[in-house]
Design a protein. Structure first.
Length: 378
């Protein structure tokens, strides 16, 4: 008998070992090590944050400001508009410029090329004076747009990112802005342009070769498709980068970085290689039991209407939270497939997804005698 029990234990142990061997093994992967003071990694489609470091802290955006300058110009101006350069734009001489001169004529689209591709500071002033009527009015338009996008930690004082104590943003706000901006076709096209030529209307024949300041566009990172560099002594080296792999586009923001390109590559690699899809509820899976009053059954299963899948770092699985939102009791009758509530999945306070919960079966109303019995004895 003892030998039989030993055999039983050995066989069951062998089965357990076999099952464990069949389970997927996930290697532990630490979050990316980066040098940036503040950073964030965002999914363009869902807006989900995969990584964050001091992402809500105020920071100097430098030329990342020009992302908003371009958004406001594209939404309020016409690409073919002819812009006459005024004195304020012609007087800009600090940092990257295309040497605009007073009285020259150039289209708004050509100025946007200069602003987004080679980060020309004089071009943004010319853009602002044309689209806004004057520079300061255009800056107000930038701040209005920031508020509309929910950029609660942002305030602009100029169009090009020159340092000003009242000119600031956050890594999160920049990701939010870039997510929106990438939905504008011309913006999306320009930020992934490596090289092009800027043409003037007057003087006739004047042109300037433009080379993108974003080195990642030339370094061969898979799927790289934007976005913008920024550098000032106060802001340090900053970068907003985007890349698309297998239909997923991610935005990486690195502010005040010792190596902005390496930082953004590490962030993007983390998002593409470490973050994985996880099924948190299968279609038809029971998520809760809801008490039913006046029905032929005392309760009904609340099941997921569809599969709910989220993307997370597998190491974060223990921190994943599922919250079921349904009433404690519901009156009969209930129809199969009738919505009863929702299941919400979140991680560290960030909602990742939700799915409707529906009745798993019909629950007809009970006859009057059954309802009377339940009231008396239950």
């Amino acid at each position: 008998m003892l030998s039989m029990l030993r055999g039983f234990k050995v066989r069951n142990l062998a089965i357990v070992v076999m099952l464990l061997c069949l389970l997927p093994v996930t290697a532990l992967a630490a979050p990316p090590e980066i040098t940036a003071d503040a950073a964030v990694l965002m999914d363009v489609e869902s807006g989900q944050i995969y990584y964050a470091r001091k992402h809500m802290r105020r920071a100097d955006p430098a030329s990342l400001t020009k992302i908003m300058t371009a958004v406001v110009a594209l939404e309020n101006g016409k690409p073919g508009d002819v812009v006459t350069v005024k004195g304020r734009a012609a007087a800009v001489s600090m940092g990257s410029i295309v040497d605009l001169r007073k009285g020259e004529k150039v289209t708004l689209d050509e100025l946007l090329k200069a602003a987004l591709i080679c980060s020309a500071n004089d071009s943004t002033v010319a853009i602002a004076e044309h689209v806004g009527g004057d520079h300061d009015r255009f800056v107000k338009m930038m701040n209005t747009k920031a508020a509309a996008l929910g950029m609660l930690g942002t305030r602009f004082r100029n169009t090009n990112g020159y340092h000003d104590p009242n000119h600031y943003t956050t890594a999160y706000d920049l990701a939010l802005l870039t997510k929106y901006a990438l939905g504008l076709p011309r913006f999306n096209e320009l930020v992934q342009t490596r090289e092009t030529t800027m043409y003037w209307i007057e003087p006739t024949g004047r042109e300037e070769k433009l080379r993108n300041s974003n080195r990642l566009l030339f370094d061969g990172y898979e799927g790289i498709d934007g976005v913008k560099t920024g550098t000032t002594p106060t802001a340090g080296n900053c970068l907003v980068a985007s890349a698309t792999q297998e239909g997923r586009r991610l935005i990486a923001v690195a502010l005040h970085s010792d190596n902005r390109y390496a930082d953004c590559i590490r962030l993007l690699d983390y998002g593409f290689k470490v973050v994985k899809p996880v099924t948190v509820a299968g279609a038809g899976e029971k998520m809760a039991a809801v008490a039913v009053t006046g029905g032929v059954l005392p309760e009904v299963e609340a099941v997921a209407e569809r599969e709910l899948q989220v993307r997370i770092d597998p190491d974060e699985m223990p921190n994943l939270e599922k919250r079921v939102e349904v009433s404690e009791t519901l009156p009969a009758p209930l129809k199969r497939g009738q919505k009863l509530g929702e299941a919400v999945c979140s991680l560290n306070g960030q909602e990742l997804g939700r799915v409707s919960l529906v009745a798993g079966k019909d629950v007809p109303r009970a006859g009057w005698h059954r309802q009377l019995w339940d009231k008396v004895f239950n």
